[in-house]
Design a protein around this ligand. Structure first.
Ligand code: M6R
Length: 589
């Protein structure tokens, strides 16, 4: 779950790479480094810390040359240290490698290489690749073949870029982790994600799993297994660089929360024939599963309730990391619906692999067009939220929810009714997200920002949103937060309630919501009740009003909690867009 970016062209490469890495920093940010090729030498600078800090300390931008690559790390193998930062090199510092992924058989490979006399200087799995390539070069292969053979020895998911002293270009390859080639005028970009080069080009060529590209003059794509050449199409993507900027906002997170004024409207602008066709598949299927991770998982869990309430249809939510354990329930008649903002989450891709092995059809809700999930799915609905850069997912969440609602309404043969509800919801969100509303939430954040624990309860459709609200508060403010089904508190967790314990209560006018009784139980034990919903209740100590949108309440109720999480994080001086220990795309299992 690191960010990698490379460049081959005529411009000075180092400043360009620093800029690209900053745009990829959401993928990992515990250390970074750059390698450039110039004057027959590989130049490397790297250290612990974020790009700006390392650049300030080491002047990364000053490295010479027009070819190079950079890496921003989210540590997996080996602690966060300068030694473990990328690039990693071979024994003679002739080959430099950056890597995103995990090499499952790295211990065996390392032992074998050590026996052959290779000297290792880091604890990373990545260093193995540099020595493997070195070894293959020693046996007489050229760089291209040496990289290909080395990639074929690796188990697990990897994306790499390789540079060698004297080679006038870069070689990149992928098995699992994402890699995209950006095509400029006489210049090429390679990166784990499009925003890395979006300010230079919108023309891209996607590498598929098991492919490599040699960028030396015109890029040449090859199959990793048999080395055969592959034809690729240039695709123009419709995100523009501005969408991926913070603009006047202090953080991406607040920008993205406020964008929900428009994103739901965009999300539901789908091809109705396709929605109906998929709804038909859902109705026909024998066993429908919904899967995703983290926030996207909570969206799926909400989907379970939505399909049940709207379409009287039983769909099963299974968190992606557990999905392969359900393989015995899968048949050719099963349908899998996956939800993922990035489309690169390894656990989701593993779930898809398990499903495909059983002949299951896969339908995905994805934000990033061209992502691995988009490409391996039988049908994709793009959620059209635009680039989401903050690690904490916000606008993608509500866009994903909106599409699940559309599908559920279509399954019930009531697509137009569903669309009407969502249009109404979108317009009410537009009204709700005004500066006064945010100020009011800020006031609440000031009141509770020194608390150690926050509880959130919800029922039915709002239960998964209680879990999601807890994720938001924890990841952005580092306050311990826990979500519960309202009815569960009295079975244990209520023991935690003390005088003043903040408890957020998600309410709705959906005919299923008798959660006020649970709020009263908490209040009776001294809890500070923060009500979220369309109607004030006397049990609320603080009320965050949300519009009355009936069954669509999860879409509106999560928004004030996102805002609260944001302001709690700001008041506590947290790193809002890049919370500690996290990364935006979790491309490792
Ligand atoms: O890109 P994905 O939607 O597949 O990501 C899944 C989770 O990693 C993600 O939702 C994560 O939980 C977010 N940081 C939550 O805000």
């Amino acid at each position: 779950m690191c960010g990698i970016a490379g460049y081959v062209g005529k411009r000075r490469v180092a400043p360009l790479l620093v800029d690209s890495l900053k745009r990829l920093e959401y993928r990992g940010y515990d250390s970074c480094g750059i390698a450039t090729l110039d004057g027959g030498k590989v130049w490397i600078k790297k250290d612990m810390g974020k790009i700006d800090d390392v650049d300030g300390k080491m002047d990364l931008k000053n490295l010479p040359g027009n070819i190079g690559f950079g890496h921003t790390r989210w540590a997996t193998h080996g602690k966060v240290s300068k030694r473990n930062s990328h690039p990693q090199t071979d024994c003679k510092d002739r080959i430099a490698v950056i890597h995103n992924g995990i090499i499952e058989n790295f211990s065996e490979l390392k032992k074998r290489l050590k026996r052959k006399g290779h000297r290792f200087r880091s604890e990373t799995d990545t260093e193995v690749i540099a020595h493997l390539i070195e070894d293959n070069l020693r046996s007489g292969l050229d760089l291209e073949e040496a990289v290909r053979k080395s990639m074929n020895s690796l188990k697990g998911r990897s994306a790499i870029i390789v540079a060698e002293r004297g080679f006038p270009g870069l070689i990149a390859a992928r098995t699992g982790s994402p890699l995209i080639l950006g095509v400029g005028r006489d210049e090429y970009f390679i990166a784990s994600d499009v925003p890395a080069f979006l300010n230079h080009t919108r023309k891209v060529m996607y590498l598929d799993d098991g492919e490599m590209v040699v960028v030396e003059g015109e890029p040449r794509f090859r199959n990793l297994t048999d080395g055969k050449g592959i034809e690729k199409r240039v695709i123009t993507i419709d995100w523009d660089a501005k969408q991926a900027e913070k603009g006047e906002h202090e953080h991406y997170m607040i920008k993205e929360i406020l964008e929900q004024k428009e994103t739901i409207m965009k999300a539901i602008n789908q091809d109705e024939r396709e929605i109906r066709r998929v709804a038909n598949e859902i109705n026909k299927a024998f066993g429908v599963f919904l899967t995703g991770c983290g926030t996207a998982g909570k969206v799926c869990q909400t989907g379970e309730y939505v399909f049940s309430n709207v379409a009287n249809k039983h769909v099963n939510y299974v968190v992606s990391s557990e999905f392969p354990n359900y393989r015995n329930f899968l048949t050719k008649k099963t349908l899998l619906i996956t939800v993922s903002q990035s489309g690169e989450t390894a656990d989701v891709l593993e779930a898809v692999k398990a499903a495909k092995e059983k002949g299951v059809k896969v339908i995905s809700l994805v934000n990033v067009k061209g992502s691995t999930l988009d490409r391996v799915s039988d049908i994709t609905f793009l959620i059209k939220a635009g680039p989401e850069k903050a690690v904490a997912s916000t606008k993608a969440t509500t866009a994903q929810l909106a599409i699940l609602y559309l599908l559920a309404y279509a399954c019930a043969g009531k697509l137009n009714e569903g669309k009407k509800l969502l249009l109404e919801t979108a317009s009410k969100i537009n009204d709700m997200l005004n500066p006064r509303y945010e100020e009011y939430i800020k006031k609440l954040a000031k009141k509770i920002c020194r608390e150690k624990n926050v509880y959130i309860i919800g029922k039915a459709l709002n239960y998964p949103m209680a879990l999601e609200g807890a994720i938001k508060i924890m990841e952005v403010s580092y306050i311990h937060a826990q979500g519960f089904a309202g009815g569960e508190l009295k079975h244990g967790p209520i023991a935690l309630i003390e005088k003043g314990s903040p408890c957020i209560v998600l309410t709705a006018n959906d005919g299923m919501n008798n959660i006020i009784g649970n709020a009263m139980e908490v209040r009776a034990r001294g809890g500070f009740i923060i009500g979220v919903g369309p109607k004030r209740n006397e049990v609320f100590d603080y009320w965050l009003k949300t519009p009355d949108v009936g069954l669509a309440s999860p879409i509106v109720n999560i928004i004030p909690v996102q805002l609260l999480a944001y302001h709690l994080g700001v008041l506590r001086g947290c790193d809002i867009d890049q919370p500690r220990n996290l990364a935006k795309s979790v491309t490792v299992e």
